[in-house]
Design a protein around this ligand. Structure first.
Ligand SMILES: Cc1cc2nc3c(=O)[nH]c(=O)nc-3n(C[C@H](O)[C@H](O)[C@H](O)COP(=O)(O)OP(=O)(O)OC[C@H]3O[C@@H](n4cnc5c(N)ncnc54)[C@H](O)[C@@H]3O)c2cc1C
Length: 544
């Protein structure tokens, strides 16, 4: 449009009004690959609807509004009574409502549910990552609750419901509920054995009262929480409802909301329990064993969430460079920019491919696949989430100065990008968990080696990397201090093997040459120039 002083030219149009699913070839192929053919038509249809919704101007606007208007804590009403409520912008409720109705909490109740949900999660959280937190915790609470069949029978239908029913009312009166978790305390997060919150039995029926605190408790407006506390028999998992059956509010004092780097739409709080009513889940002393079921599922969501952020960052970068011209040509055609974009696209494709493979293993549920997940989930949580921030930074730079400006959406992606590596167990904790799986569960390594072995013989760099990995695994001396290097190798070998089996040869070739063959620099954009990078970039272009 002509202004009085100049005409605006050479600015890329916004990436809006597109199908986020169809535009992501890697995701579409992963769904086609892993889903039972009988479910495919229905799943594609659902994901297309969600993809179009996610790419719409309206939903993108909700994402902006939910972050520009973060939640507010209302501890008291005007008369001084405690209320402990969190007030959200309407955009947050719309986002969360869409997420729930799209089945993001319903994976456990339908065939192929994990893969379908995983694809939906990758699509949906590209618009706004904050609402992924309550969606994830609600989804993940199901397997932990299943350790108590009576509790599961009562709560599971509410958790897996596709109805978003906000507001503090007894769960039995609601068409759908949300769940959170409370593990981290001030004196210890990774080391939950340091929890000091106490649980005093009220009766023989598994009811207790809790006294203590939680230093991080996200989504405090949820209807229930799985909480760890010290019972007489040791650290135990409890279900804490926000509202009791008699309609009175449980004691759940929200002290503050955290002022966070990113993830600003989502309320993360500090809470205190004081005679708070709770119901035991699983046996006393088995708290970690019980809640680990929830943690395993949220860790997979961290992988999916990082794959989603990387995909959005790369889509924005490739889109921008498709339109922006400099020095007589489009940026996407400049050899050096093409190298940067291809390198970013590889990281994104490897993340999505791995994440969806893990989701498919959840659906399978067999012994082999469970053993594979035991090693592959913490390794992927370590590596994929670690790659997210470098990808977000470099993708931002592809937009030049525009990328540094809030309106581009890139700063929000960047602020969000470190989070998946921290919560649900930070990087070192994941690496140590991989060691634990290696040392205590030999079936996990066997299942992993069987998986990567399927690609043996297809690429000499992959074969070499597998050989090196086996040599490293044979020497576990001083392994704790070098766990990160080992876990990085475990993850990149797995990614390489999946790309060799499933991705176009240009993608697999570039990944193996750089990540496994070592022909690569320390920054993105350092791929060997002999590779077919134009094909890699074109594959990542968000066209639907
Ligand atoms: C936005 C946000 C929301 C959150 N929401 C929730 C929630 O809803 N519920 C909840 O329970 N928690 C929540 N958390 C807490 C989160 O899970 C913890 O912050 C995380 O697990 C790390 O624990 P910590 O903060 O106590 O750090 P620490 O345990 O003190 O760890 C600090 C560092 O030390 C490393 N480390 C720990 N042990 C070892 C070791 N043995 N060897 C080497 N390095 C080690 C860790 O990797 C980490 O880098 C949230 C956190 C954030 C940032």
């Amino acid at each position: 449009m002509a202004a009085s002083t100049h005409t605006v030219t050479n600015q890329a149009p916004p990436l809006v009004g597109y199908d986020v699913f169809a535009a992501d070839r890697v995701l579409v192929e992963a769904v086609d690959r892993h889903l039972d053919p009988e479910l495919l038509d229905e799943a594609r249809e659902e994901l297309t609807v969600l993809g179009r919704t996610s790419g719409s101007a309206q939903v993108q606007e909700w994402g902006v509004l939910a972050n520009e208007n973060p939640p507010k804590l209302r501890t008291h009403d005007r008369y001084g009574n405690r209320t402990d409520e969190v007030e959200f912008h309407p955009a947050w409720h719309r986002l969360l409502g869409k997420g729930v109705s799209a089945g993001l909490t319903s994976a456990w109740s339908r065939p192929g549910g994990h893969l379908r949900r995983a694809a939906a999660f990758v699509i949906w959280t590209q618009v706004e990552a904050g609402n992924g937190c309550p969606l994830s915790m609600t989804h993940a609470a199901v397997p932990a609750l299943r350790t108590d069949p009576a509790l599961a029978a009562e709560w599971e239908p509410r958790l897996t419901s596709t109805v978003y029913d906000p507001g503090l009312r007894p769960a039995a009166e609601k068409a759908g509920v949300l769940f959170g978790m409370g593990m981290t305390e001030k004196q210890g997060g990774s080391d939950v054995r340091a929890n000091t919150t106490e649980a005093r039995p009220l009766a023989e029926d598994g009811t207790y009262e809790l006294t203590g605190h939680k230093w991080f408790c996200s989504a405090p407006m949820s209807d229930g929480f799985l909480v760890l506390a010290q019972a007489p028999g040791g650290l135990t998992c409890f279900l804490v409802p926000r509202v009791l059956e008699d309609r009175t509010r449980n004691v759940f004092r929200i002290q503050r909301l955290k002022d966070k780097l990113g993830n600003r739409s989502n309320a993360s709080s500090e809470v205190e329990f004081d005679g708070t009513w709770a119901r035991r889940v699983g046996d006393e002393g088995r708290g970690v064993r019980t809640i680990i079921e929830m943690v395993a599922a949220t860790r997979l969501d961290c992988v999916l969430g990082s794959a989603s952020l990387m995909r959005q960052a790369v889509a924005q970068a490739v889109h921008h460079c498709t339109y922006r011209q400099a020095f007589g040509g489009k940026l996407i055609d400049k050899p050096l920019m093409r190298n940067v974009l291809a390198d970013l696209a590889l990281e994104s494709e490897a993340a999505t491919t791995l994440a969806l493979r893990l989701a498919a293993a959840y659906d399978d549920g067999g012994e082999q696949e469970r053993a594979f997940l035991r090693l592959a989930v913490p390794a992927a949580k370590y590596w994929v989430t670690k790659r997210c921030t470098p990808v977000a930074v470099e993708a931002l730079e592809c937009l030049g100065g525009n990328g540094y400006v809030e309106e581009s959406g890139m700063p929000r992606l960047l602020r969000e990008s470190p989070l998946n590596s921290i919560w649900e167990g930070a990087g070192n904790v994941q690496a140590l968990d991989v060691l634990r799986a290696l040392q205590r569960e030999p079936g996990a390594l066997d299942a992993y080696l069987r998986e990567v072995g399927r690609a043996r013989g297809a690429d000499h760099r992959l074969d070499g990397a597998i050989k090196n990995l086996l040599a490293e695994l044979a020497d576990l001396d001083g392994i704790e201090g070098r766990a990160r290097r080992l876990v990085e190798r475990i993850a990149t070998v797995l990614q390489g093997s999946l790309l060799v089996r499933y991705a176009p040869p240009e993608v697999a070739d570039a990944f193996c040459a750089s990540r496994l063959g070592g022909d690569w620099g320390s920054a993105f954009g350092t791929l060997p120039h002999s590779l077919d990078l134009a094909t890699v970039v074109e594959r990542a272009r968000p066209v639907s």
